[in-house]
Design a protein around this ligand. Structure first.
Ligand code: ZN
Length: 119
């Protein structure tokens, strides 16, 4: 019998316990120094104070709340990107809803069609 994999459970609890953008000052400095250019406007971000820390892959789309999934960007740029994420998340939710069969088919099947020739 296979042993249960507790490492996955622990990792999930980690994500739940971690606040959104709950980064330490050290983590923020590390993220900024690793990638000092804003991904949206391509300009350098001068300091941690100017930056907002954003998830590369939004949490709602399955991203991690970890520094490896974080990027620094300007506060104003972050606002623009967040709006865009909201739209993308809404789209994904629509697609998932459709895939789960919650929406009705667009047209009814009116007849069974012609019967095949019988021999
Ligand atoms: Zn920017």
């Amino acid at each position: 019998m296979a042993k249960p994999d507790f490492s996955i459970v622990e990792e999930k609890q980690d994500v739940v316990l971690q606040k959104r953008n709950g980064l330490t000052a050290k983590q923020k400095a590390e993220i900024l120094s690793a990638n000092p250019v804003c991904p949206l406007c391509k300009l350098e971000i001068g300091s941690v104070k100017e930056a907002q820390f954003d998830h590369v892959i939004p949490i709602a789309l399955g991203g991690d709340a970890k520094p490896s999934n974080m990027v620094a960007m300007h506060r104003n740029c972050h606002r623009i990107k967040t709006d865009d994420d909201v739209k993308r998340i809404a789209k994904v939710k629509r697609i998932r809803k459709k895939a789960s069969g919650e929406t009705k088919p667009k047209r009814k099947i009116r007849s069974r069609g012609f019967r095949k020739k019988e021999k």
